[in-house]
Design a protein around this ligand. Sequence first.
Ligand SMILES: [Zn+2]
Ligand SMILES: [Zn+2]
Length: 788
Amino acid sequence: MVKKLQQLNLAEVYPAAYADFNLNACGDPDCGNFGVAPDFTIPVFKGKNASNRRQAAAASIAALTTSFGAYTMSSDDRYPRISEALEYEGDPVGWDDGRTMECGHQRGNGVCDISFTVLSNEHFREEFDRLRFAGGCLEGPVCGACGTRYLERPDEFIFNGTHGKLAAGGNRRRAKPSGFRIIHRPCKGKPGARVSVSLDHQAQKEQGDNVRILRCIVNGDSITTMRRILADPDTGMQIGVSRLYSRIFWLQKTLLAFERAKLREWKEAVDTSGRYSHMRIAHDDITISVNWESRLDRRLTPLQFSVSADIRSGYVFRIDANFDPNVDPVEFVEAHYLDPAGQPTNIRQHYTQKSGITFTAPKMHFQRPSGRLDEAMLFASAEGRWRVFSERVKKAYEKSISAGLALPPEVQDKLADSEVKRAQLDLIRQGYFGFQDTDRDFRGSFNGSVVKPTYTKAAHLACLRTMLPKGRITLVGEQESTMVRIVPHVFRDMIEDDLFEWLVISFDKEVSSPKTKARMAQFRKELEDYKTQVRAAVGDEITDREVLEHFCTDRMTTAVMEDRNGVPYPYSIANFRSRQFPQIWIRSPAQYFGETQKVVGFPVIRKEYRDPLKKLAFDQEIWDQDLRAALARRALRATVQPVSTFMASMRQRTSPSKRAGGKSARTGPAYINGAVFNPAVLMAFLDIFKIYYNWFEPRQYKGPGASAGSEEPVEAGVSAIRIPGTDETIEVPKMATAAPVMLTPAMRLGADPEKPNRRARKHPDPRRVLYRPWLYHSTPLWRKFENR
Ligand SMILES: [Zn+2]
Ligand SMILES: [Zn+2]
């Protein structure tokens, strides 16, 4: 018989919130509790006559009537865990690993009742910092005494001389210092306050190789090909894999720093220009599998990448994986769950109740230090490493063992240690926390751990926000359940200022390409007919855009699904049926950009439209013409096309993200030969590809509301065709009447501004970009390195 643990209340478990960020509050923009943390002074009434007692108390306690900050809590886990180790040995208990909160704000005659799972704000902040600094790449020097980052407060650091010497020679005319020492002034004299800084690429002998690696990465070459290309031309000696990896990581860091410096300049320019900024962002996910490292065990691990791109220019702002390569599973688990004596620690939470009763319970996921990560996998991987260690040692001594010889005592000690560690990890993992087994027990020799997608998603969007200029943001995505939990919180202040909209689309992805084309052609024809009608009625004053908007406003319908008996049910997935969002989804008549049969939902839309929209049931038609027009306008621009274009290009062009066996993963996963084994390398590939795509590769781009024309007229002219068997030619008129305008996304975004003379624009040369200290851009160190 399994006992239940002590009941907990909300005040006891409510996670700490930051002044400017809190995930644990009601997510309905129209609820009085939107972003309001629980008020624990409001008494909770439970049991018999609860509502009567509540009413009686309401007379004296004002907060009860306003119900400002009123929440309740319930258990959330569908899979209760069983603990049967340590204090529960021989006396197992069952408990729920997580909690749900319900909003108790009064609304008319009822309560808001929107419910959500409790998350940790600290885990969010940790993930936010990981993405913000690209896993440490962009952190820069840090004061060893107090932890202040140089890049955050360059004014607090002073120079303290140079160190090292770069020899004259090559294209260097005289010897130069290889680095600089800086001192954090407030900490002067303390150990660690003096830091020396040098540039990473100084140690690289063959700098030309870096550009070749870059070209290989963006042209679909595998690691194997790169090693062949970089081999010594005389001896054929190939470069080692780990050296190649470190070059790739250097490229990633340099390019990320370059991009950050450029985007910051762009943001500042837009912010100070006083122009009104409205960014439309397309957001989507892509799953890319990584080969695990064992040749014997050909299973893939899917990583989820969140991608956000600007709809107008096609600029891809971020691509973030739910994988933290800086976590060493063994080190992490031992540092957080074992004390110096090797005993389990930090696994239970202590509670003291008002009555004075104290007790402990296993920490829940939002309380555990590892709660940000996929814990079942993390623990399995930590234990697996010890197992692999033992096996490798034993294999090395195979001969001695089969000859019946004793192993050297220090080896025996190490093997015994390994057994102890494994037993301890297993005790915590399965005996105490009750994590289920995963099928990845033996794998994970590289560092890292998968992060829970909700935290990565929240951090991705929060980082994106910091990159965009002040102004309005429209986020367009697909129906993802994690978004529901976090979008209202990440953009809360903007929603309150009515500066944020979130549209969700779905379209026909299964359709064949000829059918898509047929639909688009049909749509164009209908639109042309409509145009003729309208122009006949109101004259030529009306623009094409206005005609298109009228067409869509006219023909837009409410989208519903029907079950077998013809009973309608909401179009959206369950997560979007929450009362915090309008329930009406509309079917757009526009068939273009390869996204046909499009249905659009409006989870967050400007208040003037949200209020009437929320009043309608999911299957009602919208009669209000202004509202119809507003929704039609939005539906026309709602697309994830810039992300799909980027992903298609990436799939085609980078070797590790190719899907084995055709277009989809439906045929089942297959081992990808020559693909990377290490997720950190895959992430570097994608970052590098993203920046190359944004800055160095001009393309034609047609998007909804694309900034400039994507084509320009070609002067009428003639070209010559040779008559076969003769030297004579005949002149014929030139074929094309329009030439594509080739620009990089950065140019269209305005981050790589046009030169005043309007000559044919050139994209930057990667060679000129790679060897500058972008990380220190616009700080005193930048100038030192540039002018030394
Ligand atoms: Zn609420
Ligand atoms: Zn300091």
